[in-house]
Every structure is written in C-alpha cells, then in structure tokens.
Design a protein around this ligand. Structure first.
Ligand code: PTT
Ligand code: SF4
Length: 612
C-alpha cells in the first residue's frame, strides 16, 4: 500500500498504553483519510450517547495520502471528536508542521482515548510515544507554550496544543498551532482539555513511501508553477482571504450586528485594502506557495494574523470598525485557543441581547474594552454571563429565552456569511456536516452570480456538488482547498497527485463516491448520537437561524429582504432526494447499502430503533 503509512496509533491517556492498528488497503480506499478515517473510527469505537467531555470520547487527529508529501498546500490535518458544542460529529482542519511530522513519524492518524490524571503532553516520534508532565504549561497561552515545546523538541517538530479555553472546557475552544493556525470549531479544544492533554508533539524523519516519487515530484512541480501563473495569484498574495471583506460588503452578506444586516458602515476601515496598507508580513502552512496568513501589528504592537472570518466576526458582527483593535481580539483568541467565529458570535449575541434588554449586563456595539473583558470572562469562566456564553450561543440563548437572536445551526455558530439574501448558502449551513460552517459548501459566490433570490433544485445540486469536493475530496486527501477555490488550480491535479502517490488509477468520480459515503456516515453518526441521547432527529435541525426568516434587513441594497420558510423547506426536500435521505433527513437504507455502509444501517437500526 503506497501513499499511506497503513498505521493508526491508539493512545490511552489513562493507562498510558499504546497500540498500533494496521489497516487494510480496502479501508484506505473506502475512506481515503482525514475526515473519512475520523468519521469511521468514531462510528466504530465510540459508545453511542457518550458525554463528549468524558474520557470515553475519542480525539482523532487524521491525515490523508497527500498530507505532508511535497505537493501544493499539503501541510494540513483533520482534528475530530464527538462535539461538546453540538453533540454530533465535529471536526476542523488545521495547517501545521504537525501534519507533516505525524506522517513522518509513521502514522496516518492518532486516536486518543481516556483521561490523564494530571496535565500531560505526548511526543510521538518515529513510531515512539513518550508522555511528559505539562504542569508547567497548564494555564499558559498557546504562543508561549508552543515556544517551550519547540525549544525542547527541536525545530523539526510540529505542535498541536490548547490554551486556557480548552483547559477550562469552554465549548468554543479550538486546537492551535504555529501561533495563528486554528482548527476544530465544534469545541474540539475542549475535548483535548477534558483529557488533560496540553499538547501533541510530532517529529519524524521518514517520509511515507509513494508509488512513483519521480512522477509525483514532476506533477507537484508543475502544479506549483501552475498556481503562480493563475491570474488571481498576485492579488491573493497581497490580501489572501481578507479580500472577501470587500466582496461581502459589495454583495450585502457581511455579517453585521449579530447577522442582522449584510453591510457595515465602517467596512472600508477593516477590509483587505485597509489590511494591505498596514501589513507587515505573511506566513502560512507547510508546503504552500500561496501563503495566506497576512499579519499586522495590533493596537498593542503585537503580531496578529488576520483572516476574513476572524475580522468579520470580531469586527462588523460586533460593530467594531478598527482593524488594530480587531487584531488584538484575534491574537488573544489564538493565544487562548478559542474559535474567533464562535467568540464573535456570542459577543454579537450578547450585544443584541443587551440592546433588547434580555440581559441586565450592559454590552454595547463596538465597545472594544467591554468585549475584551467579556472574552476573558468567557475563556476563564468568570461571572454568570461569561460562563453562559462559554457554553455556546444555542445553550446561552435557551437559558435566556433569547432563541430568536441566536445565530447557529445545531449549536455551531454561523461562520461569516449573512444569508438573508442567499438561500443556497443558508441551505449549505443547514446541512453542513459539522453545523453552520462554510467549509463544506461555500456556495455563496456561485449563488450571487446565478440568481441569488431563487430557491431551486439546481441550488440543492450545487450545494451537494460542493460538499462532495470540499467536504469530501479535500477533507479526505487531506490538502488545503484554497489553491482550487481561490486561484483556480484544476481538480485534475489532485487526482494525478493521488494516483502517482498511491499507484491507483482513480478518476475524479471515484473520489465523489467516497465523498458521498463519508457524508452519509457522518449524518448517520449525528442521528445515532442524538437518538442515543434521547433527542429526536427531525428536519428542523437542518434549518438555518430563525432570524433570517423573521427579521428582514433594514439597510443596504436589499433592505426588506428575508428568507422564505416554505420555499427553503422545498429546497431542503430537493437536497434530501438528491443525497438519498428520507423526509426527516435520515439516510435511507438503500442509500447506505449502495455506498457499502450496510453495517452502518444495522447500527442505526440497533441504536435508534429506526424503521425504514
Ligand atoms: C475554520 C475557521 C476559519 S475558516 C477561520 S478563518 W477561513 C477562523 N480561523 C480562526 C483562527 O485563525 N483563530 C482562531 N482562534 N479561531 C479561528 N476560527 C475560524 O476557524 C485556515 C485556512 C482558512 S482561513 C480557510 S477558510 C480554509 N479552510 C480549510 C478547510 O477547512 N479545509 C481544507 N482542506 N483547507 C482549508 N484551507 C483554508 O485554511 P476549522 P488554518 Mg482552520 C487563526 O479549522 O475548525 O475548520 O475552522 O485552519 O490552518 O488556520 O487555516 O477565512
Ligand atoms: Fe495554509 Fe493558506 Fe496555504 Fe492554505 S493557502 S495551505 S490555508 S497558507
């Protein structure tokens, strides 16, 4: 089996036992890697209905056959677990040297079980596993902790770690690397914290064996050159994802005042052009020749790496129009290890709740110092409001009776696209594999160009097509999708890289079958976990936030616009038909059988007493 290491490392933090699972070529081809491996491991090994913050949850770190090979933007990996925020499947994608060195250490994935009785970190190197006390790092921020670990284990080590948010089991906690890379929005950092695991450190020297290294290198070199030739390359190198602020403002989808509006009066102060004027450098993930981590100095003179989502959620969404102040909140979020989207969402929610007098605390739009203080309260679980918001916007809104202004799907805060005028994007949030995340189907640019107010089967088709490419192909290979999304590197390059690495002769359609399998497996996981926890699965769970149906935009070119619930529901039905789910949004028995998931069908029947 070339391209894959063929090994998954299991580490039990309670007993400190380690086990190497060798998997078959059949498993590799059925799930490819990354999200595919994570979903299958969680389905097979997790006790249904388990508390996500209990030792029984499993933290999976998974790479794919392209990860770490010297090809475009392959320094990525997937972190996954049952989410404490949504209680369903949760994952995130993080760019890190850890991705490369995990593969060099001889493993394609690591599955962590149990809970250590004391804070520890684990060093995995060339097939060896060492446990180290982490008392000196516990309570420290991610930047300083990573520097300590790098000084101990050398520059050729990759680190994944949590900050105070993960340690304090804040449900918005993510996993951080390289002082500005973050992954695991559905609270995966809290799962790591619940295991008393401060960090995973990877080092290794043995690159995975590939089928035809010369051929692989030739294709990779041509792909790198192709990226640089693309017309959008030079602008991308200047602004990266920050250019999306201008685009979102121009198209009235920039999240503003807790997703009440799509345009922000101070957008020009925080957009890609403003960033370019004060940019001091850029950095990124390993193996990337289109690095997008643009950094500036924040209002305290510290470096902060900006991305679209971070700036929109900690800027326009909370009424803050000062880039350097946004940069400070963004840097603090990385140091604490908390999701900027989740944080911007609960801060915006608190400001609106305060405005509507749903809470007694005073939180005003754009009040930077108040937002910094409230963010600290969230991360350190101080005060009633801080503690509530740290549980996520769904929980907080239920406790406050403020569900109408909570902007989430299945408990995960909506990422930075307002959908009052974008029904397909709303659908993509509704049926995303992890809750309201654009990662699986960023359909909004296509939608804006193709009749944004329509509700149609064609839109449902487009959402599914993108889910298979973004959430399927890229999350299983595992490689950064931005060369394809942002500069237009053709998908055929990834097929060719995969074939030269593995010796297989796959066509693009073969990846789409795997993608469909993984999407269905993940949906089965959600249904199983909800049912095992005593909740009933139903199609309303696939609805976008109530606000977009009930509270029209009050400004901008589409003043008065809102989503139409009946037409949304029809489009959702079209999506279910296309993917093979029943009226509740549950995979049909025939769909699972067709995809070689007969055992999953039986599992669903057993745990949920579902009848088909
Ligand atoms: C991702 C989500 C995003 S999506 C952003 S900005 W984006 C936010 N980034 C955060 C951050 O930074 N710090 C922080 N404390 N919280 C943050 N939360 C938000 O998390 C990221 C890039 C980006 S920048 C995007 S779109 C692409 N995402 C990819 C993906 O999902 N898959 C893939 N195969 N390739 C991708 N390439 C791009 O990677 P989550 P990163 Mg992220 C600092 O993890 O949970 O999926 O949430 O990984 O290494 O930081 O790169 O405008
Ligand atoms: Fe990382 Fe950005 Fe490069 Fe993707 S494009 S690999 S996110 S630096």
């Amino acid at each position: 089996m070339k391209g894959w290491n063929g090994k998954i490392l299991w580490v039990d933090l309670a007993s400190k036992e380690v086990k190497v699972q060798e998997y078959s070529g059949d498993f590799a081809q059925k799930y490819i890697g990354g999200r595919g491996f994570a979903a299958r491991l969680l389905w097979d090994h997790l006790t249904p209905g388990v508390d996500p913050l209990s030792p029984e949850n499993i933290l999976v770190v998974a790479a794919g056959p392209l990860t770490g090979l010297p090809g475009p933007s392959t320094g990525k990996l997937v972190v996954a677990a049952k989410s404490p925020l949504t209680h369903g499947y949760g994952d995130g994608n993080i760019g890190s040297k850890a991705a490369v060195y995990m593969r060099y250490s001889g493993f394609d994935a690591v599955a962590i079980t149990g809970r250590s009785d004391k804070p520890i970190y684990v060093h995995i190197s060339d097939g060896k596993v060492e446990f180290y006390p982490a008392d000196d790092l516990w309570g420290k921020d991610t930047f300083s902790s990573e520097r300590v670990l790098t000084s101990r284990h050398g520059k050729n080590a990759g680190v994944l770690l949590i900050g105070p948010a993960g340690e304090n089991l804040v449900k918005l906690a993510t996993i951080i690397s390289q002082e500005g890379r973050s992954g695991g929005r559905p609270g995966i950092g809290a799962v790591m914290g619940s295991k008393n695991l401060k960090a995973l450190v990877f080092s290794g020297e043995r690159a995975p064996e590939v089928h035809d290294l010369d051929e692989y290198r030739k294709i990779a070199a041509r792909a790198y050159a192709e990226i640089k030739k693309k017309p959008g390359y030079s602008f991308w190198m200047r602004q990266g994802t920050m250019m999306t602020i201008q685009w979102s403002q121009a198209n009235s989808v920039l999240p503003t005042y807790n997703f009440s509006e799509g345009v922000f009066e101070d957008s020009e102060k925080i957009d890609g052009n403003a960033m370019e004027k004060v940019k001091v450098g850029q950095r990124g993930c390993p193996n990337c020749n289109m690095t997008c981590g643009n950094y500036i100095y924040d209002d305290q003179g510290e470096i902060s790496e900006l991305d679209y989502e971070n700036v929109a959620m900690l800027g326009s969404n909370i009424g803050l129009g000062d880039l350097r102040k946004i940069a400070r909140l963004n840097r603090l979020a990385d140091m604490w290890g908390v999701d900027t989207i989740g944080l911007g969402s609960v801060l915006g929610f608190a400001a609106e709740a305060s405005e509507k007098k749903l809470i007694s605390e005073k939180v005003e739009w754009g009040d930077f110092e108040a937002f910094v203080k409230l963010s600290e309260d969230i991360v350190y679980r101080r005060g009633e409001l801080g503690r509530l918001l740290g549980e996520g916007v769904e929980y907080a809104s239920q406790r406050m009776g403020a569900e109408d202004i909570a902007v989430h799907v299945k408990g995960l805060s909506v990422s930075a696209y307002d959908c009052h005028t974008a029904p397909a994007m709303a659908l993509s949030y509704g049926v995303s594999s992890v809750g309201a995340h654009h990662k699986d189907a960023w359909v909004i640019s296509w939608e804006v160009a193709h009749g944004r107010f329509e509700y149609s089967r064609a839109k449902a088709e487009k959402v599914l097509e993108l889910q298979k490419i973004r959430g399927g192909l890229f999350e299983t290979l595992v490689s950064c999708r931005l060369p394809w999304v942002e500069v237009g590197l053709e998908l055929e390059w990834y097929v060719n890289l995969f074939n030269s690495a593995t010796g297989l002769k796959w066509k693009f359609e073969d990846f789409m079958v795997v993608a469909e399998r993984v999407l269905n497996l993940i949906r089965a996981f959600w249904v199983r976990e909800y049912t095992a926890e005593g909740r009933r699965w139903n199609r309303l769970l696939d609805y976008p936030p109530r606000k977009w149906f009930t509270k029209p935009l009050t400004r901008g070119p589409f003043k008065g616009a809102r989503l139409d619930a009946q037409r949304y529901d029809e489009m959702l039905g079209a999506y279910y038909n296309l993917i093979g789910w029943d009226h509740r949004g549950i995979p049909r028995a025939s769909t699972l059988e067709k995809l070689g998931l007969g055992d999953v069908r039986c599992g669903l029947e057993k745990f949920t007493a579902l009848t088909y």
